[in-house]
Write a protein that binds this ligand. Structure first.
Ligand SMILES: O=P(O)(O)O[C@@H]1C[C@H](O)[C@@H](CO)O1
Length: 331
């Protein structure tokens, strides 16, 4: 084969299409390999929280992060769009807040009520693959804590790795494997401010046991227990979907669903002592064999999210109600 010379390379460059303007992502705080070198100070986050508090009348009790199917993409009928007395604040209008760059993500906080209970919902989240360092993806969790929430409900779309799972199933997350954390990429990386939480927070009870129990009861009441599962979630950095070999490795270590969010949000929430419930909507079957013809794609993720939004709305609404009752009766 003829060696490549410098002229060939210059010719090849001529065919590179002109760059399209991309959404601006503030990667401040990323030290180049995606790990955190600094985050916003407690005072800056307090300023953001106070800005939001000045615009709403009720202190939310529960924060909800809407993944696909819960209103991050599909508006009508989604949980976020059925919040009553809604005050919507666009991320762009919040000082020092990141902005959503994923196509179709609404990018707003929705303050209001579900079953009469004050909540705040993130309609659109921040993903690592957008270019944000993990601490910035999780900044809203700390802001919601400062605003006054006690509980965080996190939802996501995920690929089903457990062979018993079907597209459209809802998986209650009982635990996670922090794959990105194995290489040191963690939202808590960097100096620790004790006002948020301890240097070395435990994660062995990250997903509240009582909440999971309630969720299973609700599944029975709603007659959807045949589609509700419980399992282990992992988050990869994305944005590409996984290879067959990667998925088989994850299956071997006990992963049931695979996504690109949630884990770092939950770590941040537990660090600042929020109680956590999380669920995955299984939007596609993971491709674990080279014989399988189909491939994962984002359109399918969105379609299944839209298909299941009514069920998710009912499920999470009831959860909000019952979690509030449970916490009111516990010390
Ligand atoms: O915000 P989530 O986690 O629901 O976003 C979905 C899942 C992946 O992150 C991405 C790819 O489809 O969209």
């Amino acid at each position: 084969m003829a060696p490549i010379n410098a002229n060939d390379i210059n010719d090849a460059k001529a065919f590179v299409p002109a760059k399209k303007a991309l959404p601006e992502v503030d990667t401040e705080g990323s030290n180049g390999n995606g790990t955190t070198s600094k985050g916003y100070s407690y005072e800056t986050l307090l300023e953001i929280a106070n800005f939001l508090i000045s615009r709403v009348s009720d202190t939310p009790r529960i924060g909800i992060i809407c993944g696909s199917g819960m209103g991050s993409y599909w508006k009508e009928g989604s949980l976020a769009e059925t919040i009553s007395d809604a005050v919507k604040i666009s991320y762009e209008d919040i000082p020092n807040f990141p902005v959503s760059t994923v196509e179709g993500h609404h990018g707003q906080l929705v303050f209001g009520k579900i079953c009469g209970i004050p909540v705040v919902a993130m309609q659109g989240r921040f993903h690592y693959f957008e270019g944000y360092p993990l601490w910035k993806c999780c900044l809203p969790v700390r802001v919601m804590k400062l605003i006054g929430i006690k509980t965080l409900i996190v939802t996501n779309a995920a690929g089903g790795l457990n062979p018993n799972y079907k597209v459209g199933d809802i998986m209650i997350v009982k635990d996670h494997i922090n794959m990105m954390g194995f290489s040191g990429n963690n939202p808590l990386h960097g100096p620790n401010d004790e006002r948020f939480g301890p240097r070395f927070p435990p994660m062995s009870k990250a997903y509240n046991f009582e909440y999971r129990k309630i969720a299973k009861e609700i599944a029975k009441e709603l007659n959807i227990d045949d589609i509700v599962r419980e399992g282990v979630y992992t988050c990869l950095g994305g944005p590409n979907f996984e290879t067959v070999a990667e998925l088989n490795m994850l299956k071997m270590v006990g992963v049931d669903s695979v996504g690109m969010s949630t884990v770092h949000e939950v770590i941040t929430a537990r660090h600042c002592d929020l109680k956590v419930f999380a669920l995955s909507l299984i939007t596609n079957e993971c491709v674990t064999s080279y014989d399988i013809i189909g491939e994962a794609n984002h359109e399918e993720v969105l379609d299944v999210g839209r298909m299941r939004q009514d069920v998710l709305r009912q499920f999470v609404s009831k959860l909000v109600e019952r979690i509030t009752q449970l916490d009111a009766n516990s010390p």
